[in-house]
Design a protein around this ligand. Structure first.
Ligand code: SAH
Length: 340
C-alpha cells in the first residue's frame, strides 16, 4: 500500500481515516494542529501515543520541503526561497514585507504550460501540479524559517493556479482553517491568465479572495503575441467570465498589465484598457516589466503617460512596487530549476 499525503487532508477527512483505523475523532484535531504548525514527523506529536504514531507512519507521509537556496534582498528585505520537494522537483516562493503585513507569493505548479512571452516560469513546460500540502508548505516554512508572521498570500508564483484547480481549492481551505494558519480569504489574492470556465467554477464557491486577471493587452492581436492562451479564449470571453464573477461575489477584480515598450503601451491601448476595466468595474494594476533573460521585450518608457490616459477616462490605477529585483524575485522571474 502506498502512503497518502496527510497534510493535504482537512480535519473531517482525517476523522474519517481515523475512524477506519478504529481511533477516536478527537485525534483528528490534534494531528491537524501539529501539521499546520509544520511538524516534520509523527514522532514529534507528543500528545499522541507511540502506537498510533507508528500506525500513522505506516499509512501516511508528511511533506517537508528542503531549502536549497535562500536569497535575501539588500534593497528591501524580500526573501526568495528555492525549495526541494519530495520527488526532487524544485520550486520558488517569495516573502515580501509590506506595511499591511508579510506576504508570501506561492507557486502552484512545477513549471507552467501557458508559455507567456514575458515570463520565465514556463521555460521547460509543465512538469506537474503541486499538491495542496506543497502549496501550504511554502507559507508554513517561509514563516518558520524567517520567524516573520505571515498575514497575506498571493497565488502569483510559478504556475497557473486555475490549471491546478482542485489542489488550489484544497490549499485555500487548509490555509483558511481556524485551527490552522487561519488566514482570511480577504488576505488572499489569486492571479490567473484567464480561463473562463475555471473563473466560473471559482465564482460558484463565492469566496472573498481577490481575483487578479493577467490581461496584458486590450486587443486580441497583441494579447496573442504575448500569451498563447489567447488562442483558446478571446478577451471578450475572459472578460464576460470576470463580469459574472464580480456579479456573483461582489468582489472587484484586479487587472494586471505588464508595461512593455512599444507592444502594449500606446495611448490608444490605454483607452481600450480603460473601457474594459470600466465594463467590469475593475481596478488596474500596472506592472513595470521585469527583465527576463533571453527575452527581447523591454520595459515601457511611457508608464506615466499611460496612467494619465487611463485616469483621464476615470480608471482606477496603481503601479506595482517592484520588490526583490536584485535577487530575481520579481514578477515573472521565478523559475523551477536551479539555474544561474
Ligand atoms: N499564471 C498566473 C499566475 C502568475 S502571476 C497568471 O498568469 O496570472 C505572475 C504575474 O506576474 C502575472 O500577472 C504575470 O503576467 C506577471 N508577469 C510575468 N512575467 C512578468 C515580467 N517579466 N514582468 C512583469 N510582470 C510579469
Amino acid at each position: 500500500m502506498s502512503k497518502s499525503d496527510i497534510k493535504s487532508m482537512l480535519p473531517t477527512e482525517l476523522e474519517a481515516s481515523l475512524a477506519e483505523m478504529g481511533e477516536p475523532s478527537y485525534r483528528a484535531g490534534q494531528i491537524f494542529t501539529w501539521l499546520m504548525r509544520g511538524a516534520p514527523d509523527f514522532a514529534s506529536m507528543t500528545n499522541i501515543g507511540k502506537s498510533l504514531q507508528q500506525k500513522l507512519d505506516e499509512r501516511f507521509y508528511i511533506t517537508v520541503p528542503e531549502i536549497l537556496r535562500k536569497q535575501v534582498s539588500k534593497e528591501d528585505g524580500t526573501i526568495k526561497y528555492l525549495w526541494k520537494l519530495r520527488d526532487g522537483s524544485a520550486i520558488e516562493s517569495v516573502l515580501m514585507r509590506y506595511k499591511h503585513g508579510n506576504t508570501v507569493c506561492v507557486s502552484s505548479q512545477v513549471g507552467c504550460r501557458m508559455n507567456c512571452a514575458f515570463c520565465a516560469s514556463a521555460h521547460g513546460g509543465l512538469i506537474r501540479n503541486l499538491t495542496a500540502s506543497e502549496i501550504l508548505d511554502q507559507v508554513l516554512f517561509s514563516e518558520k524559517d524567517s520567524g516573520s508572521k505571515i498575514s497575506n498570500i498571493v497565488l502569483m508564483g510559478i504556475g497557473e493556479p486555475l490549471d491546478n484547480f482542485d489542489n488550489v481549492m484544497k490549499f485555500l481551505e487548509l490555509v483558511n482553517h481556524p485551527d490552522g494558519m487561519n488566514i482570511g480569504m480577504r488576505h488572499i489574492s489569486l492571479s490567473t491568465c484567464g480561463l473562463p470556465d475555471k473563473i466560473d467554477k471559482l465564482a460558484d464557491y463565492n469566496l472573498q479572495l481577490t481575483l487578479s486577471l493577467s490581461l496584458h493587452a486590450p486587443d486580441d492581436k497583441t494579447r496573442l503575441e504575448l500569451m498563447p492562451v489567447g488562442r483558446r479564449y478571446p478577451i471578450r470571453e475572459v472578460i464576460d467570465a470576470c463580469r459574472r464573477y464580480y456579479e456573483k461575489t461582489g468582489r472587484r477584480i484586479s487587472i494586471e498589465y505588464a508595461m512593455i515598450d512599444r507592444v502594449n503601451d500606446s495611448d490608444e491601448q490605454a483607452e481600450m484598457l480603460a473601457d474594459i476595466a470600466h465594463s467590469i468595474s475593475a481596478h488596474i494594476n500596472l506592472i513595470p516589466l521585469n527583465n527576463v533573460e533571453g527575452s527581447p521585450l523591454k520595459p515601457s518608457r511611457r508608464i506615466n503617460q499611460f496612467i494619465k490616459t487611463l485616469e483621464g477616462k476615470g480608471a482606477n490605477v496603481t503601479v506595482r512596487r517592484r520588490l526583490g529585483g536584485d535577487i530575481e524575485a520579481a514578477c515573472g522571474q521565478l523559475r523551477k530549476k536551479v539555474t544561474g
